[in-house]
Each structure stands twice: as structure tokens, then as C-alpha cells.
Design a binder for this molecule. Structure first.
Ligand code: UD1
Ligand code: UDP
Length: 371
């Protein structure tokens, strides 16, 4: 790589933003990097995108591709077309992508074809469920990447099993936890969400739900809502609703059903600072999100993952997470245990310590010095 490194950082969705905020902050301390931030526009609602730029102090994107929603092929294809145009103008040395969303894969394909180095943060995670769009994005992005930054030992094993050269893999820890640690104080200072929603610590369950397998098929969504209906009789459920799920609840005419549940409290998606406070004060969390399995492990809040598998097994093995799928009995029994205060001992994985962005930047500088 050259002495001054033109680096593009590509984002598109909500969970990308808490992964790049600490990285940009750290890279800005080093004059060797010239950063260009590109937003594909995959997520575009104010509370799915813009709010995180403000709260996480991320600079305005240098380029906005304005892609929006669409079928997978349409979305990936449109990002590739517009991103390639932009890359050809900028001639970057390095592309940094994070996570496993369509924007991640689209960016990586463009860069690989133009022989631009690719760094993938959060590499190596595998659910081994090929029907998950994210699993396809993970495997393909990792195959294209030159530098693979991982945050748990299972990721290294997965990559080596796929024939990835071990010299490309770096244990750097979990960059989302950099954001969590970095913005924890600010969240406590600024968030008014508990008062606004009339919530007391430890007296509610926080829910997020957006995986296509849970919310796109009416029977699956209805099954989960029936389970939530029982749980909310024991403890209120707070649900900042994802736009995909909101759309499906309308499509399947489930609003009337939900309106009858007195303790099922639906809100719009909330900003990062409010969400952090909601997570930290929850008695437990139910989710199908990737990132939230990790954040609850760090915060030591019990987490029930409403999926049949996880690409983040470390949260299940040593963290507070338990994989419960949509198994009603298992979910209700787990809720019972949590409400009785009977949950497993947990610990925080190694290198989830707030210093991941420092480690990544050191590796990037080292790569540059090799020329
Ligand atoms: C995407 C990612 C998923 C990630 C999630 C984080 C892919 C394949 N999926 O899923 O891995 O966990 O983001 O939240 O990349 N919509 C809005 N406003 C928005 C964004 C979306 O209304 O700002 C609605 C649209 O109807 C859209 C639907 O949500 O069709 C789904 O959005 P999309 O980005 O395709 O997938 P997500 O479910 O958000
Ligand atoms: N999050 C948030 N507001 C919400 C829901 C989630 O700030 O209303 C944060 C959460 O703390 C985590 C990230 O968004 O940092 C996870 O995003 P999401 O669940 O959409 O994506 P995934 O991790 O499943 O890809």
C-alpha cells in the first residue's frame, strides 16, 4: 500500500454504524489515512440511519448512493453499479466493510474486481444456515477479503476450514463493544427513555425481531406473537419495531391482535443511546438480532435468541445468551428461570475490551508500511 492510504469505508444499514464509529474516530488520529465514507442508503429512515450519525458522532458521508429497498439482486446490483462508478473516480487503496448485510457484499465484489484491497471487520462468523441472506454475504465477503478481522476463536476455525490463509486473519476483538464502552456514559447522561416510557429497571423485557424467517411468513410471526402474548401477562414487553416487521404486521392484519395485548408496548426504532439504556435496564432481552446477542453478553443481561442457530456461538457458550428458536415451552421455561433470578453464570469474551479499533488501525498501518 502507498504512504498515504485512500480508504473507503462502506456502510448501508443500522448495525454497520456502531461498527464504524470507533474505527473512524481512531483512524482520524493518523494522518496516513484519507478516509472517504460511503453510505449505500440501504437503510434510510431517520431512526434507522441519520440518528446514529448524530449520536455516535460519525461524520457526514462523503457519498450517498441513495439505493433504498429492493429485492436482493436488485439491491446488490444497484449498489454495485453506483459504487463502482464512485470507486473508479476515487481510486482507493483499501475498502473497509463490516458485518454481513447486502451492502457489505456488494462493496466487496466491486473492490475485488478492481483489485482493491478489502478489509472485512466481523469476519468468519457462520450460522451454517445457507438460507439466511446474511450467511451468503458472510461467506462470499470473506472469500474476497484480504484482511479478515475476527472477534471470536470460532471465526478463525470457520475461515481456516474454508481454506482461507491464516496469515490474513487477525484477532482484534469486538468493535461493537468499542461503541458500547465509548458511549455508555453519554447514554446515561442524555437518554430520557426510561422516564418517557414509564419504565423501571428490571421490570420489563426488551424485544427486537426482524429476521425474514421470523417475520416474513405469517404463520411464524403469528406463532411468536402468541408466545409474546403469554409472556406479557407476566412482564411487560417493550418492542422498538423494525420497519420490515411493521410492514408485515400491517400486511397480515395483525394490528388488532396486538392492540389487545395491554403489556406489549410497541415503539418506533430508537436511537443507540436510548437502546443501550433500554438493554441495560431490561430484566431480559428477546431478540433475533446479531449484534444484540453480543451487547447483552457484554452487559450481562440474559438474552433469549429467537432463532434455531447463531453465528455468534460464543455468546451462548460463555455469555448470557440462550438459543430458544420459536419453541414455546423452552421460551416460557427460560422466562420462568430468568424471573426467578436463576440464569447461567457468564463472562465477557477476550478482547471485547473497547480497544478493537486501536488494534485494527495498528494492523492497517503495519500493512501500509510493507508498501
Ligand atoms: C438488513 C440486513 C440484515 C440486518 C438488518 C439490520 C440484508 C440482507 N439484511 O435487514 O442482515 O440484520 O438490516 O436492521 O442486508 N425499510 C424501511 N426503512 C428503512 C429500511 C428498511 O422501511 O430505512 C423496510 C423496507 O420495506 C424494506 C424492509 O424494511 O424492504 C427490509 O429492509 P432491508 O434493508 O432489505 O432488510 P432488513 O430486514 O432491514
Ligand atoms: N439498536 C438500536 N435501536 C433499536 C434497535 C437496535 O440502536 O431500536 C442497535 C443495537 O443496540 C445494536 C444494533 O442496533 O447495536 C443492532 O442492529 P440490528 O439488530 O438492526 O442488526 P443485526 O445486528 O441483527 O444485524
Amino acid at each position: 500500500m502507498a504512504k498515504t492510504n485512500n480508504t473507503i469505508i462502506l456502510v448501508g444499514t443500522r448495525p454497520n454504524l456502531m461498527k464504524i464509529a470507533p474505527l473512524i474516530k481512531e483512524m482520524k488520529n493518523h494522518k496516513e489515512f484519507r478516509i472517504s465514507l460511503v453510505h449505500t442508503g440501504q437503510h434510510y429512515d431517520r431512526n434507522m440511519s441519520e440518528i446514529f450519525f448524530k449520536e455516535l458522532e460519525i461524520p457526514e458521508p462523503d457519498h450517498h448512493l441513495g439505493i433504498g429497498s429492493g429485492h436482493h439482486g436488485e439491491q446488490v446490483g444497484n449498489i454495485m453499479i453506483r459504487f463502482e462508478e464512485m470507486v473508479l473516480n476515487e481510486s482507493p487503496h483499501l475498502l473497509i466493510v463490516v458485518g454481513d448485510v447486502n451492502s457489505t457484499l456488494a462493496g466487496a465484489i466491486v473492490a475485488a474486481k478492481l483489485h482493491i484491497k478489502i478489509a472485512h471487520i466481523e469476519a468468519g462468523l457462520r450460522s451454517f444456515n445457507w438460507n439466511m441472506p446474511e450467511e451468503q454475504n458472510r461467506v462470499l465477503t470473506d472469500r474476497l477479503a484480504d484482511l479478515l478481522f475476527i472477534h471470536s476463536p470460532d471465526a478463525r476455525t470457520n475461515l481456516l476450514n474454508e481454506g482461507i490463509d491464516g496469515k490474513k486473519i487477525y484477532d482484534v476483538g469486538n468493535i461493537m463493544i468499542d461503541s458500547l464502552i465509548g458511549f455508555h456514559q453519554k447514554a446515561h447522561r442524555n437518554s430520557r427513555i426510561m422516564g418517557k416510557m414509564g419504565l423501571s429497571p428490571n421490570c420489563y423485557c426488551l424485544l427486537t425481531l426482524h429476521r425474514p424467517s421470523n417475520v416474513d411468513v405469517k404463520a411464524n410471526l403469528q406463532k411468536l406473537l402468541n408466545i409474546f402474548s403469554e409472556i406479557q401477562q407476566r412482564i411487560p414487553i417493550v418492542y422498538p419495531i423494525h420497519p420490515r416487521t411493521k410492514k408485515n404486521i400491517e400486511k397480515y392484519h395483525l394490528n388488532d391482535y396486538l392492540n389487545k395485548l395491554d403489556n406489549f408496548i410497541i415503539t418506533e426504532p430508537v436511537g443507540y443511546l436510548d437502546f443501550l439504556v433500554l438493554m441495560e435496564n431490561a430484566k431480559f432481552v428477546m431478540t433475533d438480532s446479531g449484534g444484540i446477542q453480543e451487547e447483552t453478553t457484554y452487559l450481562k443481561v440474559p438474552c433469549l435468541t429467537l432463532r434455531d442457530e447463531t453465528e455468534r456461538p460464543i455468546t451462548n457458550e460463555i455469555g448470557t445468551n440462550m438459543i430458544v428458536g420459536s419453541n414455546k415451552q423452552l421460551i416460557l421455561d427460560s422466562v420462568d428461570s430468568i424471573l426467578k433470578g436463576d440464569w447461567k453464570q457468564s463472562r465477557i469474551p477476550d478482547l471485547w475490551d473497547g480497544k478493537t479499533s486501536e488494534r485494527i488501525v495498528e494492523i492497517l498501518l503495519n500493512e501500509m508500511s510493507k508498501g
